[in-house]
Write a protein that binds this ligand. Structure first.
Ligand code: AMP
Ligand code: MG
Length: 265
């Protein structure tokens, strides 16, 4: 069994063509064991990236409510030293943020060289929730796809690697997760009226995602469609992607100044 995680830039991405419950032939125990191996490797790779301090990586997590953004962050952060990590969540913009261009708050949150950033939501909200809830007019959100591509190119040229993950869940799985939130006193706080209202616009969200994934799937910053109905498979896929990306960067320790060897009294 196979399902692509990425499509070549220029091809239409239709979420309806991707199975959110896809999980290869792997079972939960094997997936968790493999995730642990990636997580251990990530700790070492993040340490090298930090020591090298010339490049940075940002994991962008997008997905509808309950798609597992928080859980994915818990998994990634469990394996990487907090010193190397910057986790940022993007909520509805403040008055100050709204008084700037939509990328202002994002740019300010971009990790410095040597660090791994994790974005819980991102600039993509400005072509998704903003479009679906009609917070600005089409003439404002439509040019944003090109603006996002140019922004990501600029950052890429400056040494930032994007790992963009869309956490893909089914409408049925979202219902189960929302129901659990409604019943579990430890999770009720996560629910707001907007979440249930957004669910009634499920198809509009899928369409907005299809457009964002298609138009912003570039060579310099491709999108990954992560099957996310099974939390353990989602974790495995994200851990794998991040490990492969960091291994590809092959961060190196800086050259050692051997004259220091003679300076310790
Ligand atoms: P949560 O991630 O569940 O804490 O919710 C954050 C909320 O902020 C979600 O409903 C997002 O859609 C919303 N949000 C994030 N970014 C924006 C934005 N740029 N404009 C409007 N709403 C946003
Ligand atoms: Mg929410």
């Amino acid at each position: 069994m196979h399902q692509p995680l990425t499509l070549p830039p220029g091809r239409d991405i239709r979420l309806a063509d991707f199975d959110p419950d896809f999980h290869e032939d792997i079972d939960r125990a094997d997936a968790e064991a493999e995730t642990k191996r990636h997580s251990d490797a990530l700790d070492e790779l993040a340490y090298r990236l930090y020591a090298e301090s010339r490049r940075a990586v940002v994991v962008v997590l997008q997905g509808i409510d309950t798609s597992g953004k928080d859980g994915t962050i818990r998994m990634l952060a469990g394996g990487i030293s907090p010193q190397c990590l910057d986790v940022r969540s993007f909520k509805a913009p403040s008055a100050l943020e709204l008084a700037h261009d939509f990328l202002w708050r994002i740019h300010a949150a971009v990790p410095a060289h040597g660090r791994i950033g994790i974005f819980n939501r991102s600039h993509y909200e400005d072509v998704i929730v903003v479009r679906v809830r009609q917070l600005v007019s089409r003439s404002v959100w439509e040019p944003r796809y090109d603006q996002i591509n140019a922004f990501e190119k600029l950052l890429g040229d400056g040494g930032l690697t994007f790992v963009k993950c869309f956490l893909h869940i089914s409408k049925r799985e979202q219902r189960e997760r929302l129901e659990e939130r409604l019943r579990d006193p430890r999770k009720q706080w996560k629910l707001g009226p907007d979440d249930l209202a957004d669910r009634t616009r499920w198809d509009d969200f899928q369409e907005a995602y299809d457009d964002a994934l298609t138009k912003c799937n570039t060579h310099h910053a491709p999108w990954h469609i992560v099957p996310a109905d099974k939390k353990w498979y989602r974790n495995l896929v994200v851990a794998r992607i991040l490990r492969q990306t960091l291994a590809g960067l092959d961060p190196r320790f800086p050259a050692f100044d051997s004259s220091l060897l003679t300076k310790l009294d």
